[in-house]
Design a protein around this ligand. Structure first.
Ligand code: ADP
Length: 456
């Protein structure tokens, strides 16, 4: 069996995956979300490691299996979240800065005003935004006393969460990451597939802190004795969205998946070609059928399922998220009501961090069911914007949309999505596609599965 570690934004999951792709056992535990100031989000990387150590034995117990039966380990993770730690001790030097954190908005504005946008887009496929790791690293180097000198001297490591947990699993023997994670740092040339010296110099980031970038499916290292016995190979790593695309078998050009969670993340597989977007999308590294380099267009919507949470907790007009489905079906349409859930600005394809939510078309006849329906429809409209942008950028029609994430359970939403896109929406039987993607990468590299075609 393969051990998949899903190091998410709010919780850590350990899943044991058997040869038929079924989950033999799993355990999950949440960890602390730290909000030091409005708009700032931190995690304690040490706590993430501790929680990882706790869920592994619980997953084994749940499956009634022994650690000795694990063939290989696959890791998938919240992307962009930035950890700097001491090479000698493995101790983080500061709280990790989470992908959602807006603390570097001013820094980003300065880089944009300095005209860096074109270079960043050309080399990294990204737009200058606090979302990505580079300005988070700069913030830490500027705000932790003495850190820049220690970083230059080689005493400090940078990594995303995959990299940190790999370092701890190997007891400091391996400091590495994979190309899908590296492609989200804003320091990585996605064409040459190496760290970009010019960007590093511009940001003032010492190369000595960077992890080795190794293939997503391949040997990263072996466990040291700890939560697991020594000697188990780690053979797969990918960022959560790329792992979900791989787990959904989105490996042919034109395959597209959308994850309906707190936000929505849509990835469009473009194979060997890194397509530069003219529609406000990102170009990012993904995986080919064997887990080697491919490219994708990506769009992120910041508020999707969180708008349903707002109906529940903010407006208090529904008792639970699943209730939204029956309410939406109880009316024929929204009665002309539209919601733009730009609660924290708009992501792709608009990139307007100043935008805020809007509700229009309310009449005396508007009922809560109309608001609920408008909210679900808004999730689908935002996704449709991304898919439309992808169709234009790629010049390629979409055959079907593969769906996952919590809100994919809502059949009204899925049908409405299919209706406005004019293509089928496919929902997998197992919604653990992210963990499954990590397991597939690890299992392919370890020879646990021999043929990528079998995975389909
Ligand atoms: P994340 O991984 O981002 O935390 P999940 O994939 O677990 O998110 O999905 C949770 C989100 O999905 C929540 O924002 C919740 O409001 C929404 N959600 C869950 N079930 C439903 C449902 N049946 N209908 C609509 N939204 C739902």
């Amino acid at each position: 069996m393969i051990l998949a570690l899903d190091l998410g934004t709010t919780s850590i999951r350990a899943l044991l995956i058997g040869g038929d792709g079924r989950c033999l056992g799993m355990a999950q535990q949440e960890f602390r979300q730290i909000f030091p100031q409005p708009g700032w989000v931190s995690h304690d990387a040490d706590e993430i490691w501790e929680v990882t150590c706790q869920v592994i034995p619980r997953a084994l117990a749940h499956a009634h299996r022994q650690a000795s039966e694990i063939t290989a380990i696959g890791i998938t993770n919240q992307r962009e979240t930035t950890v700097l730690w001491e090479r000698a001790s493995g101790r983080p030097v500061h709280a990790a800065i989470v992908w959602q954190c807006r603390r570097t908005a001013d820094l980003c504005r300065r880089y944009r005003e300095a005209g860096l946008g074109d270079l960043v887009a050309e080399r990294t496929g990204l737009v200058i935004d606090p979302y990505f790791s580079a300005t988070k690293i700069v913030w830490l180097l500027e705000n932790v006393p003495g850190l820049r000198d220690r970083a230059k001297a080689g005493d400090i490591c940078f990594g995303t969460i995959d990299s940190y947990v790999l370092f701890r699993l190997t007891n400091g023997a391996v400091h590495a990451t994979d190309p899908t994670n590296a492609s989200r740092t804003m320091c990585f040339d996605i064409h040459r597939l190496d760290w970009d010296q010019e960007l590093l110099a511009t940001f003032g980031i010492p190369a000595a802190i960077l992890p080795n970038v190794l293939p997503s499916a391949g040997l990263f290292g072996h466990t040291a004795a700890g939560p697991l016995p020594a000697g188990i190979p780690v053979t797969g790593i990918a960022g959560d969205q790329q792992a979900a695309l791989f787990g959904q078998r989105g490996v042919a050009v034109g395959d597209i998946k959308n994850t309906y969670g707190t936000g929505c993340f849509t990835l469009f597989q473009t194979g060997d070609t890194a397509i530069a977007s003219h529609q406000g999308l990102l170009t990012t590294v993904a995986c080919d059928p064997c887990g080697q380099i491919a490219y994708a267009l990506e769009g992120s919507v910041f508020s999707a399922g969180s708008a349903v949470q707002w109906l529940r907790d903010g407006l208090q007009i529904i008792g639970s998220a699943p209730e939204s489905e029956a309410l939406a079906r109880s009316v024929e349409d929204t009665g002309g009501v539209y919601l733009v859930p730009a609660f924290t600005g708009l992501g792709a394809p608009y990139w307007d961090s100043e935008a805020r939510g809007t509700l229009v078309g309310i009449t005396r006849g508007t009922e809560r069911a109309h608001l609920v329906r408008a909210t679900l429809e808004a999730i689908a409209y935002q996704t449709a914007d991304l898919v439309t942008a992808m169709r234009i950028d790629a010049g390629h029609e979409v055959q079907a949309l593969r769906a996952d994430g919590g809100a994919a359970a809502n059949s009204f939403l899925m049908q409405f999505q299919a209706d406005i896109l004019g293509v089928p929406v496919i929902r997998p039987r197992s919604t653990e596609t992210t963990a499954l993607g990590a397991a597939m990468l690890a299992g392919l590299a370890a020879g646990f599965w021999r043929n990528p075609a079998d995975l389909a």
